[in-house]
Design a protein around this ligand. Structure first.
Ligand code: GRF
Length: 194
């Protein structure tokens, strides 16, 4: 099974997935990084792992359809079966959604449907929640709205800073996401994802 990871920034989730595969825990390969920020650190990570990167500047295209068409060509070229969004800060449009039905997943740093959108950890922190967590979900046209696949919760202790919570959330993500991907790809192999 071949996957592409879409990311826009640091890429710690990208790294966690690649490391999990390298440790022999997941029978698939990351064939491509797709990145919409030309200077994102995740591109360097892909280079270090010898994973090809397709990075692009959305402003150089006339529309989302135009750059998603080019992304789709790249995905076809690398024979990608599954798309994993890991900090890709952009809504997925109809071009990609129709090319990969039920085969695009995302991780979000809150217990959806609470705190969708940007700065979810900050939103949760400012709301004073006592419990937060992470969600992996299928991607649809909405903002963090697709069907939920898995969630993991953590408690927020009194006095924890935003940075503490962020660090805990990241740790949780790095544990949960590779596992969920492994389960999902097994389902795909068994023909259970329609
Ligand atoms: C993660 O918190 C993820 O949940 C969100 O964006 C962040 C990406 O972090 N969608 P990184 O680039 O993987 O370190």
């Amino acid at each position: 099974m071949k996957i592409a990871i879409f990311a826009s920034g640091n890429g710690s989730n990208f790294q966690a997935i690649v490391d999990y595969i390298k440790a022999g825990n997941l029978n698939c390969s990351v064939e491509l990084l797709v990145c919409d920020k030309l200077n994102a650190y995740v591109i360097e990570r892909a280079g270090n792992e010898d994973i090809p990167a397709f990075s692009f500047d959305p402003k150089a295209y006339s529309s989302k359809e135009a750059f998603e068409t080019e992304i789709t060509q790249q995905l076809n070229h690398y024979e990608i079966d599954f798309i994993v969004l890991a900090g890709y800060m952009r809504l997925i449009g109809p071009t990609l959604l129709s090319a990969y039905p039920n085969r695009i997943i995302n991780i979000h740093p809150s217990l959806l449907p609470s705190f969708p959108g940007k700065d979810a950890v900050g939103q949760a922190y400012r709301a004073g929640v006592k419990v937060t967590g992470v969600t992996v979900h299928f991607v649809d046209e909405g903002m963090d709205t697709g069907p939920i696949i898995a969630q993991k919760a953590i408690e927020v202790s009194p006095g924890e800073s935003l940075e503490d919570i962020e660090a805990n959330i990241h740790r949780l993500e790095h544990e949960l996401y590779p596992n969920v991907i492994a389960n999902l790809l097994e389902k795909e192999l068994r023909g259970e994802i329609k």
